[in-house]
Design a protein around this ligand. Structure first.
Ligand code: ADP
Ligand code: MG
Length: 359
């Protein structure tokens, strides 16, 4: 009998997407356990950033014991307040948004010198930043929507922004630069809403983007798995329209049957090919590895725009990422196996790098 691989799944987190993460992790933990190949350790991170061992992935309960990640002479360990330490081989951050998907957790895991699933520090941080991702896409010749950026604490010329907005045309979308799940996003239909929307976005992030809006767009998604020569893109999926004013938090998670998806998307083969190719180009340009989902908007005129990339996309069983690969012939369990095997491989190759100067 082959030995089981020990995997620590991290979820919750200091993020506006805390609940979404727990929901994603419930599926990931269940599938890992069901496969019989993994010893799963469930680690809940609360909104303060404190870690707890859980018996079953879910909201925090009084039985959950505090646990601390430590670097020791025995290697990196998880140290419970009582009981014996744990030494998982692989860490699987199923954390969305701030302090999880943005490179900070990846930095901690690098410092602990452990193998972990998904993108590294640089890729996570670059992909999380909607402006950095847009510039990277634009440099590769992928169409992006025009935008302005406003930063917290910096005064801006209201008249010139209003002029730009009038020339660009409404609706505009105002959003935090580094967030997800549509938190802090406003569809701005007229100048009277513009400045309030900026203030709102700046509650969640130090920078806000004001982006040209696409009127009643089709929203199309492509999932990626692998790295380098093993990278593969999925078939595309799309939202079934109409989906309210836009794909907001309510439509994503709260409204029952809020916004249905169609997988595969109803697209001409050539456009699907273009989207898959763009997705792979962006993934590589941002130095991603493991997984990501790339999102596009298509206007009524048929024009395609890169929208954003998510390096830890929704991973619940009804999420797009697993559905997109399922439609492409890869079961969710196979996807998880591949992610874990990639994590091990990436860690080994990182470890083979010299930290000694030659000579
Ligand atoms: N420029 C835009 N034009 C039309 N709709 C947009 C635009 N930007 C965002 N949206 C809508 O807002 C949603 C959330 O915006 P997005 O940029 O994807 O942020 P998040 O990272 O929070 O998902 C999108 O799914 C889409 O419905
Ligand atoms: Mg989005």
């Amino acid at each position: 009998m082959t030995e089981k691989t020990s995997v620590a799944v991290l979820y919750g987190g200091r993020s506006t997407e805390h609940e979404v993460s727990v929901h994603s992790a419930q599926t990931v933990c269940r599938l890992l356990r069901q496969s019989g190949k993994y010893d799963v350790t469930e680690i809940f991170i609360d909104r303060r950033g404190y870690w707890f061992l859980q018996k079953q992935c879910g909201p925090l309960s009084p039985d959950d014991r505090p646990v601390t990640p430590v670097i020791s002479s025995k290697g990196s360990l998880l140290l419970p307040e009582e009981g014996v330490f744990l030494k998982p081989e692989i860490y699987f951050p199923v954390l969305h948004g701030t302090n999880g998907e943005d490179g900070t957790m990846q930095g901690l895991l690098e410092t602990l010198d452990v193998a972990y699933v998904g993108c590294g520090v640089t890729a996570s941080a670059m992909a999380m930043d909607k402006e950095v991702a847009k510039v990277a896409a634009w440099k590769k010749g992928i169409p992006v929507l025009p935008y302005k950026k406003i930063s917290r604490g910096e005064s801006y010329d209201k008249a010139s922004l209003e002029n730009w907005a009038a020339q660009t045309g409404y609706p505009l979308f105002v959003k935090p630069v580094r967030l997800g799940s549509s938190v802090g996003v406003t569809k701005v239909k007229s100048v009277s809403q513009l400045h309030r929307a900026i203030e709102f976005a700046l509650r969640f992030d130090t920078d806000a983007l004001i982006e040209q809006g696409v009127e009643s767009p089709r929203e199309v998604f492509c999932a990626l798995l692998g790295e380098g020569t093993t990278l593969r893109s999925s078939l595309c999926g799309e939202l079934k329209t109409p989906c309210g004013e836009f794909f907001d938090y309510q439509a994503k998670y709260i409204t029952e049957g809020g916004c249905e998806t169609r997988v595969p998307a109803d697209l001409p083969p050539q456009m699907q090919q273009e989207i898959r190719q763009y997705s792979e180009v962006i993934f590589k340009a941002l130095r991603c590895s493991g997984l990501a989902r790339v999102d596009f908007l298509i206007g009524k005129d048929g024009k395609l725009w890169f929208s954003e990339i998510n390096t830890i996309p929704g991973l619940s069983e009804t999420s797009l990422y697993p559905q997109l690969f399922e439609a492409s012939g890869l079961s969710y369990s196979q996807v998880l196996d591949e992610l874990i095997s990639l994590a091990r491989h990436t860690w080994k190759s990182r470890r083979s790098l010299s930290v000694e100067r030659a000579g």
